[in-house]
Design a protein around this ligand. Structure first.
Ligand code: SF4
Length: 436
């Protein structure tokens, strides 16, 4: 949803990190007028019922090999899987710890290199399991250092992840679904139908692939570098994470585990378009920070921009946010607000916004609209955005205006869309044009 819900792809940058890539070749492709988006005047279809992950998630056992992918299993699931494969029950917890460290702390992909395990046991692991990540199809690097990865997952589907380097930190925006059921009219991803939910392994895998590309795994014996290239993860890529709740939760448990990838819950932000019934669960079962794709101050406008509003309107959403269990001044909710010329950017909108959110510890990210081919909106003028920000700021809320990031590679907020549906012929043509 960042594609959608965030301003994260937008901060200032002072330098790109060192590249130690696995990727040898870059396929630079553009998106060029391949799609047409919904018109602001066209009727927005009513929401369909929330999807269930049972229907849409592929099984953990990989059909090609019959082996189970370890990536994305929680500790408990891994323990059970090891026992089922023949590990003695009383050793299982210790084995989980060892394997966990190799995979998530050291970034190992080969059981044969897990030297604190007996050779026979390594062979047993290789027979039953694999350590499998999404495959990088292409990586584009923006002039501002932002990187967009096109990743292929099981079934040949493709999703995108975006890395945004900043001074002293780096944010990885990950996807939770292929496509999206919601049809937010300002969002490029929303023009791509939902294909399926991502598995926990495919969500964690995006973090691991980016670490590979950035060369961020620790080197045995080398002094520990406390500066993290991926210091933050935002669930704001393709898809609505709260429509894939269980898989997102399990993936974040792996990402937060402090013997592995070890990102604290306060370094993870989940962005929702407003799936009200799942909001409290997010605090209780994941505990991460929350961002909301708000974007409008009346139901009439929000019904068009964020159609899920027809199911849970502004009032219902704000009620759920007021009760967000972790709500405090140190863990404010981020309201994302995309600035659309003449649609939601008036002084009256700004005043209404601060009235609506009164009492909620909040920060408002103002996101200049990032245009995409066929987009039915225009970005608000800078003076208008500034005037809007001033009103919000004077009311006591932080209201940063996000500098668009990665626009030249269509990696900015609201621009993500997997290449799957664009068709290989078109992509090849575009790649050839880019290379020429
Ligand atoms: S269409 Fe989907 S991906 Fe885009 S903003 Fe809406 S919920 Fe997020």
């Amino acid at each position: 949803m960042l594609s959608c819900h965030s301003g994260v792809l937008t901060h200032n940058v002072t330098g790109a990190p060192t590249i130690a890539g696995l990727l040898r070749e870059r396929l630079i492709y553009g998106l060029a007028s391949l799609m047409s988006g919904p018109s602001i005047n066209s009727p927005v279809p009513l929401m369909s019922a929330p999807i269930t992950q049972d229907v849409l998630t592929i099984p953990r056992k990989l059909p090609e090999t019959g082996r189970t992918n370890i990536v994305g299993l929680t500790r408990g699931q891994l323990r059970e899987a090891l026992i089922a494969a023949g590990t003695a029950e009383k050793q299982a917890k210790m084995r989980v710890g060892q394997i966990w460290q190799w995979i998530y702390h050291w970034g190992l992909r080969d059981f044969a290199q897990m030297t604190n395990l007996a050779k026979d046991y390594r062979a047993l692991l290789a027979e039953h399991f694999e350590i499998s990540l999404p495959e990088i199809v292409s990586r584009q690097v923006s002039a501002d250092g932002t990187r967009k990865y096109l990743l292929r997952i099981a079934g040949g589907h493709e999703v995108e992840a975006v890395y945004i380097p900043e001074e002293g930190r780096g944010t990885l925006c990950v996807s939770s679904q292929v496509g999206c059921t919601l049809t937010c009219s300002f969002c490029h991803t929303g023009t791509q139908k939902l294909v399926r939910n991502l598995t926990p392994g495919e969500i964690v895998g995006q973090v691991m692939v980016a670490r590979d590309d950035l060369g961020e795994w620790p080197v045995p014996g080398a002094p520990r570098d406390e500066t993290r290239l991926i210091s933050n993860v935002v669930l704001m890529g393709m898809g609505e994470p709260l429509y894939n709740f269980d898989n997102v939760r399990d993936a974040m448990k792996v990402v937060m585990d402090n013997e592995g990838l070890s990102l604290s819950r306060r370094r993870i932000t989940l962005s929702t378009s407003g799936v009200v019934p799942e909001i409290a669960r997010t605090a209780e079962e994941i505990g991460c920070l929350l961002a909301v794709s708000f974007h409008a101050t009346t139901d009439e406008v929000r019904n068009t921009l964020v159609p899920i509003n027809r199911r849970w309107n502004i009032q219902a959403l704000l009620d759920a946010l007021r009760e967000y269990p972790r709500l405090s001044n140190s863990e404010r909710i981020t309201f994302e607000y995309v600035m659309l010329d003449g649609v939601n950017d008036s002084d009256e909108d700004a005043r209404r916004l601060v009235r609506l959110i009164r009492g909620i510890p909040a920060k408002i990210n103002l996101i200049p609209f990032n245009e995409w081919p066929g987009a039915p909106y225009k970005r608000s003028g800078w003076d208008r955005i500034q005037a809007f920000a001033d009103i919000v700021h004077k009311a006591g809320y932080a209201s940063p205006i996000r500098t668009p990031r990665g626009e030249d590679i269509m990696a900015a907020c609201g621009q993500l869309k997997s290449a799957t549906e664009r068709g290989r012929k078109n992509r090849a043509q575009i790649a050839a044009e880019a290379a020429g």
